[in-house]
Design a protein. Structure first.
Length: 339
């Protein structure tokens, strides 16, 4: 394992003013999103949509890396250049989702564990040969009655650490994604409590399994009220609570934290990130690794029609630029209507 090389890639993934596009939706997930715009989820339509995003003019000014689904890793752009090679030519680092999704955790009360460790070493070797230089594994933690259990937290943390060691062995930077879901009516304080416990357990597991912390990127949830909560916390409160939680639990050698959007609106995710960066400087880069928060508006603008590709790219460029500004705390809500 070449730790210096891993650190170099991780640093590039959280380069100033840039963030990561999560374009790794599984086929069923993107099928649901295409259904919302009355577009059939064929392999060609999925390729066309992702090509629209990746070929947006000057997108490398704002995007440092792209998380791909396995299908996309093997697809090509309109000039018949494989997407990983095309992204690399733009100075954008290709990554790959490697987990097999959250499945029922046996012996639990409806909790889940992420699967996909079987055969991962071999798959990582293949992904590296195809150009992937980082990977992603998402663990899902539910807040609810008697949830999460220590059992669910421990099991998911162990899997995240095992995945991370395998990635680093393959010279691939692991994105470590323990997501405490927004679903529910819990308070911000309850989210803080659970997120603290999850992060503490994850970093303990990473340490036990000899993961080089300067060769990972953390992709956590923000400390935020449940989506169904009454009197949800405002932007400044979310930013302060999240930074406080991370400061207590994330070692300083971690190069960067790239937040997931986790069901927030595009505007909320950008505002929260900007407010957190206003509180800096921080020992690690505070960046973004958004899926829906970057894609929702471009997807709607495109709506599966070739004549709308330029419009979709305009929306994607705008969202990427606004999140780039949020990296330095220079985003303001009035910018949403400026264009």
């Amino acid at each position: 394992m070449n730790v210096e090389s891993l650190n170099s890639i991780a640093q590039a993934m959280v380069a100033p003013n840039k963030g990561i596009l999560a374009a790794d939706e599984s086929t069923p997930t993107i099928g649901k999103r295409f259904a919302n715009i009355n577009t059939e989820s064929t392999e060609e339509n999925r390729r066309t949509y992702r090509n629209m995003l990746f070929s947006t003019p000057n997108i490398s000014d704002y995007i440092s890396g792209v998380i791909l689904f396995e299908e996309t890793l093997k697809q090509s752009n309109d000039a018949d250049l494989l997407f990983p090679d095309y992204l690399t030519s733009l100075g954008i680092i290709p990554g790959i989702k490697v987990d097999k999704g959250a499945q029922k955790l046996a012996g639990s009360n409806g909790e889940t564990v992420t699967e996909g460790l079987d055969g991962l070493r071999e798959r990582l070797s293949d992904y590296y040969s195809l150009g992937a230089r980082f990977a992603k594994w998402r663990a899902v933690i539910h807040i609810g009655s008697n949830k999460p259990s220590d059992y669910a937290i421990d099991t998911n943390a162990h899997a995240l650490a095992r995945y991370s060691t395998l990635c680093q062995e393959a010279q691939i930077v692991p994105i470590v994604e323990p997501e405490v879901l927004m679903d529910g009516d819990h308070s911000l304080e309850r989210c803080y409590e659970v997120t603290s416990k999850v992060l503490g357990t994850v970093f303990e597991a990473l340490d036990k399994q000899n993961v080089a912390l300067n060769g990972i990127i953390l992709k956590p949830n923000m400390v935020i009220s449940g989506s169904d909560a009454n009197n949800r916390a405002d932007v400044a409160t979310v930013a302060s609570a999240t930074v406080n939680c991370l400061t207590k639990h994330v070692p300083e050698e971690v190069p960067g934290i790239a937040f997931l959007s986790g069901g927030q609106t595009s505007e909320e995710a950008t505002a929260h990130l900007s407010s957190m960066n206003e509180l800096g400087p921080h020992p690690w880069q505070l960046s973004f690794s958004y899926g829906r928060a970057l894609q929702a508006l471009p997807l709607k603008a495109w709506s599966g029609k070739s004549e709308n590709i330029t419009l979709g790219q305009k929306e994607f460029s705008k969202r990427s630029r606004l999140n780039s500004l949020a990296r330095t705390g220079n985003y303001h809500p009035q910018m949403e209507s400026a264009d």
